[in-house]
Write a protein that binds this ligand. Structure first.
Ligand code: PLP
Length: 222
């Protein structure tokens, strides 16, 4: 199967309210162009510098999503162009994003990453930490960021019940936090689901899936 076929096959099965982020990390721009030529415009990367290099050399109507862990000192490399940052897991990072967004006189949309997996390795905050941030005075002063939803990653396991439970947990957290609506917070997006579990994620309420290997093939990290 070609990249274009994979992409169109997946897209044809998605409900209309679900956005597909094609995860192109480690893949060359020629692969991304194949998806682009099939009409796709939303791509996800997990390394800021790699994303910035691809942004420079590619068509400017691409929406670039940062889906990986974000280091504060690298925010400056994407602040001019990033369209959504999925993995915001602490307030200091949010402040840093706001600072750089202000320099470019733009508002950067962000998702709060909630820890739903049992594994220690997955980043994210608790629902309580998210609530505290969204209700804080300090948060209300950040006029150049907007929290538009939540992101989560399920445990890497074959146990479908566990994954489902974790997705349901994110959906519940979303419904609770949605009641907090401020100038810089309006929750509309639930980013959950990858190649192995996106159908389950959609059943559990996902509105944005991040799919890499099912579109571009297995990644080679050497
Ligand atoms: C790599 C990655 C994905 C895509 O993973 P696939 O299994 O290749 O679909 C999704 N989300 C995040 C945060 C990733 O790092």
């Amino acid at each position: 199967m070609s990249i274009q076929n994979n992409l169109l096959e997946i897209k044809s099965q998605l409900p209309e309210h679900v956005t597909l982020v094609a995860v192109s990390k480690t893949k060359p721009t020629t692969d991304i162009m194949e998806a682009y030529q099939a009409g796709h415009r939303v791509f996800g990367e997990n390394k800021i510098q790699e994303m910035a290099e691809k942004y420079e050399s590619m068509p400017k109507d691409i929406e670039w999503h940062m889906i990986g862990h974000v280091q504060r000192n690298k925010v400056k490399y994407m602040a001019a162009f990033v369209s959504l940052i999925h993995g915001v897991d602490n307030f200091k990072l949010l402040k840093e994003i706001n600072k750089h967004a202000l320099r470019y006189r733009r508002v950067i949309n962000c998702l709060l990453q909630i820890k739903i997996a049992a594994e220690d390795s997955k980043f994210g905050m608790t629902a309580n930490e998210a609530t505290d941030i969204l209700k804080s005075e300090a948060f209300s002063e950040l006029k150049n960021i907007k929290i538009v939803g939540l992101m989560g990653m399920a445990t890497f396991t074959d146990n479908e019940n566990q994954i489902k439970q974790e997705f349901n947990q994110l959906k519940d957290t979303f419904e609770n936090l949605k009641t907090i609506e401020t100038l810089n917070c309006k929750l509309e997006t639930i980013s959950m689901g990858m190649s192995g579990d996106y159908k389950l994620a959609i059943d559990c309420g996902s509105t944005m899936i991040r799919v890499g290997s099912s579109i571009f093939g297995e990644r080679n990290y050497v």
